[in-house]
Design a protein around this ligand. Structure first.
Ligand SMILES: [Zn+2]
Length: 407
């Protein structure tokens, strides 16, 4: 009931203010604060899937205490927030939300940067970066073919066409680095559901066309040290193991290790690169309202932000020319910090080893927005161009800001 009231309130608010704020960057004259050509050489977009502000509060209190220091991403220079509604819904899914960032338009839930009614769509940010000669990368703890990374590297009608998304990665967009889960989506052992038709083996196809394929922490690190030019790491059949369920001897790399591997490889390949790094399991932890899992995922995401910020700070050139954006695509779970809840609560459900997660009925599929809310989500950023993100914006504005620096 809380979510329904919130959804109505947000819908009314959106209708009330939409006409005057359809294009926040352009309408407010902020083109002036966008950087000049060539001022930005690195764009790093870090996505905390499904993370609300209460999740940040909970993770910080658990890690540092009520009056303790900030998390790493909280210390970035600019802080803003964004509307997340999709083309037809107050409450978005990750497909429409990431497509709004990657292609700069509103899409219907389930669509990956393509309109089901046949209207033309923009090229995505990864394609624009490639056209400008930049290196590109996608990193996620979800399947690397899942909705958020998919919006940056593919165009499909329906987000569950993940084998087709893998095909487009390998045959069309060819990101230099791809790291995450989703082995079964790549090799067709879990063929696409109808109406998708994909059932190909794009691990073999990737290897035949120059990708070094790795499957665990040791082979990932060896590939980075060895200096590969195309890197495909698939560390689990479906999504990667939630932090809270990993054993100390797990051979799956943490998000922070994948982020470091991506930065090292992309930086070696090209003095200009764009990379999207997603903490994708925050959303699933929130779907099952498992606080301990949520805190562990937010903390791991913050560790990866720490790796990125340390990488930036290691060089004056990087500090001056890197646009770092940390943001959430939507809020999941309607979580609130009410004192004792931060100390722990019983989860509604549990992660399973299968395609999705167990939860009391109705079990949400990966395409459902059930459990998501329409509340605005945070954006932390720093570097040239970030001033345009340190305000109340629409999620499509991210595309305008990043496109402006991809020169
Ligand atoms: Zn979700």
């Amino acid at each position: 009931m809380r979510m329904n009231i919130a959804a109505v309130a947000v819908a009314v608010l959106a209708l009330a203010v939409l006409p005057a704020a359809r294009d926040p960057v352009a309408s407010s004259g902020d083109q002036n604060i966008l950087p000049n050509n060539h001022e930005v050489t690195h764009v790093i977009i870090m996505v905390a899937d499904g993370m609300g502000l209460a999740d940040v509060t909970a993770a910080r209190i658990r890690k540092n205490g009520i009056n303790g220091p900030s998390l790493r991403f909280e210390t970035l220079d600019e802080i803003g927030y964004q509307r997340t509604y999709s083309e037809r819904n107050t409450v978005t899914d990750s497909a429409a939300a990431a497509s709004a960032w990657a292609c700069g338009e509103k899409f219907v839930n389930d669509e990956i940067c393509i309109h089901g009614d046949g209207r033309p769509n923009n090229a995505n940010l990864l394609e624009l970066a490639k056209m400008e000669g930049w290196a590109t990368g996608l990193v996620s703890t979800r399947e690397i073919t899942n909705a958020t990374p998919a919006a940056f590297g593919a165009h499909v009608w329906f987000r569950d066409c993940e084998n087709e998304i893998a095909r487009q990665y390998v045959e069309l967009t060819r990101p230099d680095v791809m790291l995450g889960g989703g082995k079964s989506k790549f090799n067709g052992t879990k063929p696409d559901p109808p109406p998708c038709v994909g059932d190909g083996d794009y691990i073999s196809a990737a290897q035949l066309t120059g990708y070094k394929y790795v499957t665990d922490r040791a082979t990932l690190q060896a590939a980075v040290t060895g200096g590969t030019n195309k890197l495909l790491g698939l560390f689990k059949s479906a999504y990667m193991t939630p932090e809270i369920m990993r054993s100390p001897t797990s051979v799956e790399p943490h998000l922070s290790e994948m982020a470091a591997a991506a930065l090292d490889t992309l930086d070696r390949l090209n003095n200009r690169f764009l990379v999207m790094i997603e903490g994708g399991m925050i959303d699933l932890a929130n779907h099952v309202e498992w606080l301990d899992a949520q805190v562990a995922e937010v903390s791991a995401f913050d560790d990866s932000v720490g790796v990125v910020v340390d990488w930036i700070n290691a060089s004056e050139e990087r500090k001056q020319h890197t646009l770092l954006i940390v943001l959430a695509d939507h809020e999941t779970g309607g979580f609130a910090v009410m004192g004792s809840e931060v100390a722990g609560a019983e989860p509604l459900g549990w992660f399973s080893d299968g395609w999705t997660f167990k939860m009391p009925p109705p079990p949400p599929s990966t395409t459902s927005v059930a459990g998501h809310t329409g509340t605005d989500t945070m954006i932390w950023s720093q570097g040239p161009g970030s001033a345009a993100l340190g305000k109340a914006i629409d999620n499509t504005t991210l595309y305008q800001v990043v496109k402006a620096v991809l020169r």
